[in-house]
Design a protein around this ligand. Structure first.
Ligand SMILES: CC1=C(O)/C(=C\N=C(/Cc2ccc(O)c(F)c2)C(=O)O)C(COP(=O)(O)O)=CN1
Length: 456
């Protein structure tokens, strides 16, 4: 049979509201043409992010009633710790309020000023914390990752030659760890193969260099390994996930994605010394080492979300829903990043709007146009997100100028995907009418969150 449906039924709904075109144009102007500055109530289908926007299950909601809100030694912490050990395989857990809380801790602990941190393409908060700790991020992802049209099945892979030449150039003592993301958000939700993470482990072990995984979407990564990598078709998602993590020394986790919670994250490590430092530092920045800035109920919901995330029918539906939207857009001839990623469809704004130069912010322009057309909210992932080069002060000019249509887990049906595809196709038909933006307000840090623009 071909037909497939959501592996769940809906028990609660939030009514959606659609504004008129005129109202949307007004809201967009008030938001400075930045989708981050729109109000949720003015958004029809919210594809800004899959972070914290996912629907919890009744099993997770029931867990919220079982929050042990003791200040120290909460029951929920030990359940989360046991599940982390079971599914990710690391020894020690340090809970944090969300992913960047863990990124902050590990960056401060492992990075010395003047260090270099190689990684498979940057991520905004990850790189920010590496730079704040005095490090310099160096991109060692394979070249294909920067080509939106390349169909390489594992575009998230590390280029081992780039990695080794960096180590030789700066010296192993200046490389505190490899920052490995799986999947790679900014490349289009692209996976890393098991063969590659194993090779990264072998190479770094020769130099005594750690590998710290960003495990935020590692379950989606496991799905692509099962689907695409020889020898893994008959392994369970849980087995693939655990093997993948076994080649790394620890992970940072934003539970707001794969783990199906609205808030939550953690740092997990195998090294007892790093653990001692992290559990000492966490009490300064997040909260006691058994809650890390989260309520007991949040720890419980994250532990239960972990069990659900690795269920085969759930993760298959999740990734295939994203693919469904991507393939619909391809049928309309809309240029997107291929292969279609695990958490989002990424529009290639350079090919979508070839008449708009990058410093007139084509992706920002496109995200605004899609909202004006239909109330669908998306996110700019191009020159604005890339920010300025700390050395030159000029914009960084990334090869990838993208708009991310990010699908929250268990929230929308394929009928919503049809509406999104129709809107993007309509904007594509009228693309010649778009003429770019100019930035009128630029914040110092992670400018894309709060920058404001005016039409040219
Ligand atoms: C692979 C990875 C992430 O995707 C991630 C977050 N992601 C978000 C939220 C976001 C973050 C930074 C932005 O420039 C952005 F515009 C959106 C997102 O939408 O994709 C974090 C950080 O985890 P925290 O958000 O729990 O602290 C670490 N690693």
């Amino acid at each position: 049979r071909k037909a497939w449906a959501e592996p769940y039924r809906i028990k609660m709904v939030e009514p959606l509201r659609m504004l008129s075109r005129e109202e949307r144009e007004q809201k967009l102007s008030e938001a400075g043409y930045n989708t981050f500055l729109l109000r949720s109530e003015d958004v029809y289908i919210d594809l800004l992010t899959d972070s914290g926007t996912n629907a919890m299950s009744d099993y997770q909601w029931a867990g919220m009633m079982l929050g042990d809100e003791a200040y120290a030694g909460s029951r929920n912490f030990y359940y989360l710790e046991a599940n982390m050990q079971k599914y990710y395989g690391y020894k020690y857990l340090v809970p944090t309020h969300q992913g960047r809380g863990a990124e902050h801790l590990i960056s401060r602990i492992l990075i010395k000023p003047g260090d270099f941190i190689p990684g498979n393409m940057y991520f905004t908060t990850t790189r920010q914390h590496q730079e704040l700790a005095g490090g310099t991020f160096v991109d060692v992802i394979i070249d294909e990752a920067h080509d939106p049209a390349s169909t390489h099945p594992f575009k998230g892979n590390v280029d081992l030659d780039k990695l080794e030449s960096l180590i030789k150039k700066v010296g192993a003592e200046k490389v505190p760890y490899v920052s490995l993301a799986a999947t790679v958000n900014m490349a289009g939700g692209q996976p890393v193969s098991m063969e590659n993470v194993r090779a990264v482990r072998e190479l770094t072990a020769r130099y005594g260099i750690r590998v710290i995984l960003d495990a935020t979407r590692a379950v989606e990564n496991a799905f692509f390994i099962k689907e695409r990598e020889p020898g893994y078709q008959h392994k369970t998602i849980a087995e693939i996930l655990k093997e993948f993590c076994s080649y790394t020394d620890g992970c940072t986790m934003s539970g707001k994605k794969d783990l199906l919670v609205n808030i939550g994250g953690f740092l997990a490590v195998n090294d007892e010394e790093i653990f001692q430092q992290a559990r000492n530092l966490v009490v300064v920045y997040e909260g006691l080492h058994t809650y890390g800035g989260l309520a007991g109920r949040d720890l419980e919901a994250m532990a239960r979300g972990m069990e659900e995330a690795v269920q085969e029918d759930y993760i298959r539906h999740r990734v295939l829903q994203v693919r469904y939207l991507g393939e619909k857009l391809q049928q309309h001839g809309v240029p997107i990043v291929v292969p279609i990623g695990g958490h989002a469809v990424f529009l290639d704004a350079k090919r979508f709007l070839p008449h708009i130069p990058q410093d007139r912010f084509p992706a920002q322009t496109l995200a605004a146009a899609i909202y004006a057309d239909s109330g669908v909210r998306s996110m700019e992932r191009g020159i604005v997100s890339a920010g300025r080069d700390p050395k030159t002060g000029d914009h960084r000019y990334p090869k990838l100028e993208l708009v991310r249509l990010t699908i929250p887990r268990r929230v929308y049906t394929n009928a919503h995907m049809d509406v999104v595809a129709e809107s993007v196709a309509a904007v594509y038909q009228e693309r010649e009418k778009l003429s770019g933006l100019r930035m009128v307000y630029e914040p110092t840090y992670l400018r894309f969150f709060q920058a404001r623009f005016e039409p040219l």
